[in-house]
Design a binder for this molecule. Structure first.
Ligand code: HPA
Length: 234
């Protein structure tokens, strides 16, 4: 047990999918895993362990934002020995060719700050996905006929951003979408020699203002979970 995860040692798999929303963790576990069992409910941040095609998988909520994800990822890595950590979540689209419902497979995640900024000080570390996972996720999306984009995203500290000038620069530099967790996940994986990736569904678009209707979220979320599971065991 850790401060924030109540699972016994051995109850967490080496492969962990991390949605922001704990209820999404439950939905994904019930939908895609066999024999899924609740292994954590501390603070309502649900985690489940089961199997996918015979392989053990944990789906553990991360909460929203890098500080929350950092708590769960640190404990999963250091106490439970997680080797592969894949964020599954939503993001805001930032490019005209990126549509709502599309999947973004994040090669890199830029930030202004992250929980790791304090250790890097003046150094601008480039948080980067694990290449093998990234390539496997692209192959899984292609084989399922799911439209995906691969490139850089932005991990923000705020959902309600007020820097339209910064958005302009990000769009100009090809950033595909914005979310709030991936950069810290990639940084922690690099620090501890683990594999990390973020597979994201575009749930809203910063340029068009379009947003995914609630009833469509489940299907597109399901595509993303399958891409992540296939990539983990490719
Ligand atoms: N901003 C930050 N995080 C997000 C967004 C957004 O527009 N959409 C989904 N996650």
């Amino acid at each position: 047990m850790t401060i924030h995860i109540g699972a016994e040692p051995g109850q967490i798999a080496e492969t962990v999918l991390m949605p922001g929303d704990p209820y999404r963790a439950r939905w994904a576990a019930e939908t895609f895993l066999e024999g899924a069992k609740l292994v954590n409910e501390v603070r309502g941040m649900l985690g489940f362990t089961g199997t996918y095609k015979g392989e053990r998988v944990t789906i553990q909520g991360s909460g929203m934002g890098m500080p929350s994800l950092s708590i769960y990822a640190n404990e999963l890595i250091s106490t439970y020995g997680a080797q592969t950590l894949i964020r599954i979540g939503s993001c805001g689209g930032m490019q005209p060719h990126v549509a709502v419902r599309d999947v973004i497979i994040a090669m890199s995640a830029s930030t202004i700050t992250s929980p790791s900024s304090a250790i890097f000080r003046e150094f601008n570390f480039a948080p980067t996905a694990h290449f093998g996972l990234l390539a496997a996720a692209v192959a899984a999306a292609d084989s399922k006929g799911i439209r995906s984009h691969v490139g850089g995203i932005y991990s923000s500290d705020v959902f309600y951003a007020e820097r339209s000038d910064l958005d302009e620069q990000m769009v100009r530099h090809g950033i595909l979408g914005v979310e709030m967790e991936a950069a810290e996940l990639y940084t922690l994986a690099a620090r501890h020699g683990r594999r990390a990736l973020a597979v994201l569904t575009v749930s809203d678009h910063l340029q068009t203002g379009e947003a995914l209707p609630a009833q469509d979220r489940e299907q597109t979320f399901g595509d993303m979970v399958e891409i992540a599971l296939e990539a983990a065991f490719a």
